[in-house]
Ligand binder design. Structure first.
Ligand SMILES: [Zn+2]
Length: 326
């Protein structure tokens, strides 16, 4: 994919394209942002342009030897470092350093993408620093990191840092279409809300049967709460079984209350669970604005408490008890 057809991140792709056409490229870049935001896709798009020997205004030519190698995934001038363990080690960086001194084969550049850049040990970062300080003229290093804070200030001072932004709903929709994922506009609304504009997260949600089921479960919980039929022990057991997913579950629950608040405030366009609007309507009929806000706070507090290692079951029992109070 050329940078031109990359969806979203316009500010970044415009700057990269300008640097490519003006020949004002840096030797090192850092793309940062949460998991699933598109760092790898962006790095690959950028690399496809860097590697080409006869690009035109649309991007890489696709016909030169460098383009052919890139497409075939043969690492002649383009290298993708995926750490084997949970971090980038000093050996990984040394491997790059012993390769980077060899001139490019087909391209005019040699491109190194280092994924998990924020997992580099301090030793690895200091080692990389030597290359960042005096890279060969043909080298371009692209670091990918979820959090730039994990990188040493000395490394940060050597890279051009671009932080990827969360996507708009329209862009997310276009990305899903590009990946042959088709969902209803109402479900898109919900997925956008839950994924917070992170495409990878949205795709995971759509592909996970769990998500659909968990949403149905939380609807059942809400209906039981409204109907005064809640069995706290049963639901505490339920949450016990979903211990790893409690954050998503509570998020789903909270967003239904949020939607109900939107209905009360005559702000129906902002409803996230648009495909389940009737549920939010039911909440809005049974509780007033103050009660809904109080419930949202109870759920938030529970999330915080569990993250702070409060007793899981007790925290949830408390939450359920608080939600049943009028
Ligand atoms: Zn080419």
């Amino acid at each position: 994919m050329a940078l031109k057809s990359f969806i979203g991140q316009k500010k970044i792709t415009d700057k990269l394209r300008r640097a490519l056409s003006l020949g004002t490229l840096s030797h090192s870049y850092l793309f940062s942002g949460p998991e699933g935001i598109g760092k790898k896709t962006l790095a690959r798009a950028f690399a496809s342009e860097l590697v080409c020997t006869s690009p035109d205004t649309n991007g890489p030519c696709g016909n030169c030897n460098a383009c052919k190698m890139f497409r075939a995934g043969i690492p002649t001038d383009y290298f993708w470092l995926q750490p084997e363990g949970d971090h980038v080690s000093v050996d990984d960086i040394r491997n790059i350093q012993s390769d980077i001194v060899i001139r490019p084969m087909y391209s005019e550049r040699k491109i190194y993408v280092i994924t998990g850049g924020d997992t580099m040990t301090v030793q690895a970062q200091n080692c990389l620093l030597k290359t960042l300080e005096e890279p060969p003229g043909y080298a371009v290093i692209i670091l990918l990191a979820e959090k730039s804070e994990s990188l040493l200030p000395t490394v940060m001072s050597r890279v051009i840092h671009y932080e990827l932004e969360k996507y708009t709903k329209e862009d997310l929709s276009a990305i899903l279409a590009q990946n042959d994922i088709r969902i209803s506009p109402e479900f898109l609304n919900a997925v956008y809300g839950y994924s917070e504009g992170v495409p990878g997260k949205a795709m995971d949600l759509i592909r996970s049967e769990d998500f659909v089921q968990m949403r149905e479960d939380m609807i059942r919980l809400i209906l039981e709460l409204i109907g005064d039929k809640l069995n706290i022990i049963d639901w505490a057991n339920y949450f016990e079984n979903y211990k790893e997913k409690f954050a998503i579950l509570l998020n789903i629950l909270q967003l239904f209350y949020r939607d109900a608040l939107m209905i009360i405030n005559s702000n129906k366009n902002s409803i996230i669970n648009a495909d389940k609007e009737d549920i939010a309507e039911k909440i809005a009929k049974s509780l007033d604005g103050r009660e809904i806000i109080r419930n949202i706070q109870h759920i938030s507090e529970t999330q915080v408490n569990i993250k702070r290692n409060a007793n899981y079951r007790l925290a949830l029992e408390n939450m359920l008890l608080n939600l049943t109070e009028e």
